[in-house]
Ligand binder design. Structure first.
Ligand SMILES: [Zn+2]
Ligand SMILES: [Zn+2]
Length: 343
């Protein structure tokens, strides 16, 4: 079976176009009609800089990894036509040592939607029709709000980050940097029973979002008074650094109590003068967090059941033909948090 599909393709820095392609479904996997997708920081990086870190766009690539859709045809009889599904953008190999140990996010040959990590690049989900592995399809109820369900991927990232800190129930939590990811970490920490969730950012708009997403207190990162959180070698059991900014990492180390945990989620460049003495002397556990594993299914459940309401982060939607305008709006951090495309 052959279908024509219109795809949002990036060719390089600030070069996106909609092109017509052919999708061929041979009965293996699941053919999905994509209905909606969220624009993520990595899509924006590819658009604004032509690369994410060292992963550079070297050939046309379909953008997007936060998509939902409906089943057209599947090799799994349980996935009926018209079943709504959130699509897990990760496709691990299933056979490397990490995959065998249920650490699929560390797979040595991960094929993640819309990623230029490998050459040829892995196409993303901003297209009308796509064949995916059946295991990538996570069904959700027909009456769930689709705008909400598009948040499955970023929420999965944040549930994973929260798990990296261990048990959060009754814990005092600090989040530095509350863009969409910081805000969803606040929501995940709340769902996991954190007793206090204090969020800091330089943007008043972001702090307002954080308040709606579960923060018990918000503070201006530049002008706020953090003195009370510095006493007795720090106040918070767990800090999440979600901005990638060197000064934010320093702040997190300062306000985290001795023996506490700092989860690094924000991706930044090099950190000059990393405060390694603070880390050593306070015996802080520093742990990275990258993507997610089984948390994707948890995220779909939490969104479908209303455990987390991500809508304070939703800033608007565009038709897929307007991908250029959508990326420009999404890139304006004064106005936009999460922007979605409809197909
Ligand atoms: Zn994302
Ligand atoms: Zn693997």
């Amino acid at each position: 079976m052959n279908t024509t599909t219109q795809s949002c393709v990036i060719n390089g820095k600030q070069q996106v176009e909609v092109i017509s392609q052919q999708v061929s479904y041979q009965g293996e996997g699941t053919l999905v009609r994509i209905t909606r997708g969220g624009i993520c920081g990595s899509d924006l990086h590819y658009y604004q800089h032509g690369k994410v870190g060292s992963y550079e766009i070297k050939m046309p690539m379909i953008l997007g990894h936060e998509v939902i859709g409906v089943v057209v045809k599947s090799d799994d009889p349980a996935l009926k036509e018209q079943q709504k599904v959130a699509i897990n953008p990760s496709k691990p190999c299933g056979s490397c040592k990490y995959c065998l140990n249920e650490e699929e996010n560390q797979c040595v040959s991960m094929r993640f939607f819309g990623s230029a990590m490998y050459f040829p690049h892995v196409d993303g989900g901003f297209t009308q029709y796509k064949v995916v592995d059946t295991a990538q399809c996570v069904p959700f109820p027909a009456d769930a709000d689709e705008t909400v369900m598009v948040f499955a991927e970023p929420l999965a990232v944040c549930i994973h980050a929260a798990s990296q800190a261990g048990e959060l129930s009754g814990k005092k939590v600090f989040i530095s940097g509350v863009g969409p990811i910081g805000c969803l970490i606040a929501a995940a920490a709340k769902a996991k029973g954190a007793s206090e969730i204090v969020c800091a950012d330089v943007s008043e708009r972001s702090l307002k979002m954080a308040e709606k997403m579960g923060a018990t207190r918000v503070m201006d990162a530049a002008s706020g008074d953090f003195t009370a959180y510095l006493a007795e070698k720090g106040y918070f059991d767990v800090s999440f650094e979600a901005s990638g900014h060197p000064s934010s990492i320093q702040r997190c180390l300062d306000v985290t109590r001795a023996k506490g945990t700092l989860v690094q989620v924000g991706m930044g460049g090099a950190v000059p003068n990393f405060p390694i003495m603070t880390l050593i002397a306070k015996e802080i556990k520093l742990v990275g967090s990258f993507r997610f594993t089984h948390e994707f299914t948890t995220a779909v459940e939490w969104l479908a059941t209303g455990t987390v309401d991500p809508l304070p982060l939703f800033s608007g939607e565009y038709r897929w033909e307007e991908i250029d305008a959508a990326l420009q709006f999404a890139g304006d951090k004064q106005q936009a948090a999460k922007v979605q495309l409809t197909f």
